[in-house]
Write a protein that binds this ligand. Structure first.
Ligand code: XMP
Length: 318
């Protein structure tokens, strides 16, 4: 019978054995998987684990700062890298979803590679790959389905890094990863977090990504997510997010005509992200969120709610 404590003890012992005095580099994303992988490795090899947390400018409001703080509190040897401007530059002029994904993924590799090169004699690359990622990347690369969307966080590292790969969570499902994280004292703000795509808000801003649009979307999304939390619904929803649409529409504010942007709210119920149903959020809550966004976020005069399930829609819009 599997228990998170037994798994952690065994894995830490194995990692100690496998890694000895070698140095290991790991990219933290703020998500559960990379965080739990980091905690296990830290318990095994201490400060020989070098964590890198990149601010790609496409995270949720305040997320980089607050998550970096949590990592430091946990005692991780972590370096925060502000690369916002490099990502925005790479995204300039791009509107095609796949090109945007590739640009974000490619820029991430560049930055991570440069950081890894700063660590003398680093031998290993650690990744928070979990069992469903292993399965999915096999079917994406080898199967007939081809790539529906290119996920940049699985198996995407270039050969020139020449690092050996260590993946302590390869045999686990998501709920098991959470249980291990809880056993190791990972805080709830990381443990309970909704899934968030690697390319972040870059694929929730349809069309060209600019820092101005990111700032508007972060504000609207913050209002949405905070209201879900206050209503006690955050943990019941599998994933929620806000999408910035590439259109403007007419509105009225006082006696002024406005011509501003539209955001769509998305909330889904799912088990593994492969299929999903849209959540029937209470109308009163949707009304409150819509009012708060329109009254407080300059640049938005209309809010819509996405009532599409997967399939045929996907969870993300790009
Ligand atoms: P879709 O949009 O394909 O999303 O229904 C299914 C789940 O995968 C997440 N997603 C990603 N996660 N890197 C990730 O780590 C990515 O490139 C990526 N694209 C989509 C999405 O948020 C949802 O949970």
């Amino acid at each position: 019978d599997w228990t998170p404590h037994a798994f952690a003890d065994e894995t830490i012992a194995d990692l100690k054995q496998q890694l000895g005095n070698d140095k290991v580099v790991l990219a933290l994303s703020g998500g559960v998987d990379s965080s739990v992988a980091a905690l296990l490795l830290h318990k095994a090899i201490g400060n020989n684990l070098y964590c890198v947390f990149v601010d790609n400018g496409l995270l949720r409001k305040n997320e980089f700062e607050s998550v970096l703080e949590s990592y430091k509190t946990l005692g991780l040897n972590v370096k925060g890298v502000d690369a916002k401007d490099q990502f925005y530059a790479a995204l300039k002029g791009l509107t095609d979803p796949e090109k945007k994904r590739k640009a974000i993924g490619g820029k991430f590799i560049d930055i991570f590679d440069a950081e890894a090169h700063l660590i003398q004699d680093v031998k290993w690359l650690a990744q928070g790959t979990i069992y469903p990622d292993v399965i999915e990347s096999v079917s994406v690369n080898g199967g007939p389905s081809a790539t529906i969307k290119s996920h940049h966080n699985v198996g995407g590292l270039p050969d020139f890094m020449k690092l050996k790969v260590v993946e302590p969570l390869r045999s686990l499902f998501k709920d098991e990863v959470r249980r291990v994280g809880r056993a190791l004292g990972l805080p709830e703000n990381i443990l309970g977090r909704h899934p968030f795509p690697g390319p972040g808000l870059g694929i929730r801003i349809l069309g060209e990504v600019t820092p101005e649009k990111v700032a508007i979307l972060q504000e609207a999304d913050y209002i949405y997510i905070e209201n879900l939390r206050k209503a006690g619904l955050y943990d019941q929803v599998w994933q929620a997010g806000t999408i910035f649409l590439p259109i403007q529409s007419v509105g009225v504010m006082g006696d002024e005509r406005t011509y501003e942007h539209v955001v769509s709210l998305r909330a889904v119920e799912s088990v593994d992200g492969m299929t999903a149903d849209w959540c029937h959020l209470p109308y009163e809550l949707l009304a409150k969120i819509s009012n708060e966004i329109i009254n407080n976020v300059k640049g938005i005069n209309r809010v819509v709610y996405d009532i599409s399930s997967k399939p045929p829609a996907t969870i993300e819009w790009e």
